[in-house]
Write a protein that binds this ligand. Structure first.
Ligand code: COA
Length: 400
């Protein structure tokens, strides 16, 4: 009896949340102004109307497994690996209908075998589902650490309206007690409704989307969960130092912040809009990474903002078509910069190579989806983990 009371008290006061955050996107991009001109569009439609400046190009030697391993290896130490007992892999562009991408990643990272590793799916909401599950797991087992991954390649197809909102990459979140970056608040607000705004039938390699409908649903869900969050927590907009959004394209987040700040004091609107600009900087340069987009935006805010201090509360709006949304929050911790492990992501993104639209189209068609056996030349891929090909339908991953 005493133990249960003691444990319940411990849980009440224990901080749990994001201890470290890692990100990976391949070293290739296409310039959005050049893509617009090739598609006979005004460059400002992509740069301002959609809010994207560069778009990650994914070579065939990268997929969700390699990108996830490349993101996670940036943050995990030997001690982290020893304490990890759960890997949750969120993706909507997985590489197998049966086997979880988490299992391949666990092997590539050299994790011990007495762990749980599995995949979760609910469009771009998956990583948030993983994060909340990870929080609950650590509440029960405070010494354990959980690796949550959000990795995707966003594909709508060449010359489609969705094309300028493609991209790809992976985020890796290490979740633990006494986190360095963000301690999650317990209360959050969520909503699920069966809606056909975006989906990808089995066997299709490109998403189907009703883009305008989807954007409207996103904003409706934002309104619903934001109202619910305020009711549940008693917190208001002025209690938040910044609000982060799922960013399938950054203009949609801008619509989100405008919606939330309608009728707010001008100084509050200015402050939150400034922080939103910091929070969308990296997403403008990468494009959509589906499940990971919200967490790339968090990374962008942490590296770009000069105003944030320990104790600030951040609000996070997660949305996954289909549709599901959650508004939750967390408190920035004193060592939040240390949780990024000293990686300068601005520099990494600036160092990527630009490819022509022709080259991007060529690489887009090269992704290995259906081949039974094929070898890939990975000598030009500087990433640590690569896909070397497929042998009898088995994907060949290696570290080089
Ligand atoms: N200068 C500045 N802005 C311009 C412009 C120009 N020359 N030309 C157009 N625009 C603006 C439009 O006014 C519009 O802005 P608004 O959204 O504020 O109205 C925006 O650019 C897009 O133009 P639009 O004509 O609506 O583009 P589109 O029909 O090609 O579709 C998307 C745009 C975003 C709907 C489409 O790319 C898409 O479906 N993407 C996928 C969406 C998605 O991921 N959904 C899932 C959400 S989680």
């Amino acid at each position: 009896m005493y133990d249960i009371v003691k444990k319940t008290k411990e849980w009440k006061f224990m901080k749990i949340g994001i201890d470290k955050l890692g990100f990976f996107t391949p070293d290739l991009y296409v310039d959005m102004a050049e893509l617009a001109r090739t598609r006979h569009e005004d460059p400002n439609k992509y740069l301002i109307g959609i809010g994207q400046a560069k778009m990650a190009v994914i070579p065939p030697t990268q997929d969700v497994v390699t990108m996830a391993a490349n993101a996670a290896q940036r943050i995990l130490t030997v001690d982290d690996k020893e304490q990890l007992d759960l890997v949750i892999f969120a993706t909507e562009s997985g590489i197998d209908n049966s086997k979880a991408a988490a299992v391949y990643v666990a092997r590539l990272l050299g994790l011990k075998s007495n762990i749980r590793a599995f995949e979760v799916k609910q469009a771009c909401y998956g990583a948030t589902a993983g994060l909340q599950l990870a929080r609950d797991h650590v509440a029960l087992f405070p010494r354990s650490k959980v690796l949550v991954i959000g990795a995707d390649i966003a594909r709508y197809g060449l010359k489609t309206p969705g094309e300028p909102t493609q991209g790809g990459g992976a985020v890796a979140l290490l979740v633990s007690a006494d986190p360095q970056i963000l301690a999650l608040d317990k209360q959050s607000a969520y909503q699920t409704q069966d809606i056909m705004d975006f989906w990808r039938p089995l066997g299709q390699t490109e998403a189907m989307v009703d883009g305008k409908y989807s954007s409207n649903i996103y904003l409706e869900f934002l309104d619903h969960v934001w109202q619910d969050y305020q009711q549940k927590t008693g917190l208001k907009l002025e209690d938040l130092a910044a609000v982060l959004f799922h960013l399938p394209y950054t203009k949609l987040g801008l619509k989100g912040i405008r919606q939330l700040t309608t009728g707010a004091e001008p100084a509050l609107t200015l402050r939150l809009t400034k922080e939103f600009e910091h929070a969308r900087t990296f997403n403008r340069l990468v494009g959509n990474l589906y499940t990971g987009s919200l967490y790339l935006s968090l990374l962008s805010l942490l590296q770009q903002s000069e105003q944030l201090i320990a104790g600030d509360r951040l609000g996070l709006f997660s949305y996954g078509s289909g549709a599901e949304a959650e508004f939750y929050s967390g408190i920035l911790q004193p060592d939040f910069k240390a949780g990024l492990m000293g990686v300068d992501y601005s520099q990494l993104l600036a160092n990527r190579q630009q490819v022509s639209v022709d080259k991007y189209e060529h690489l887009f068609k090269q992704q290995l989806f259906h081949a039974a056996t094929e070898e890939l030349d990975y000598s030009n891929d500087p990433a640590r983990f690569v896909l070397a090909g497929v042998k009898e339908y088995q994907r060949q991953y290696l570290e080089h």
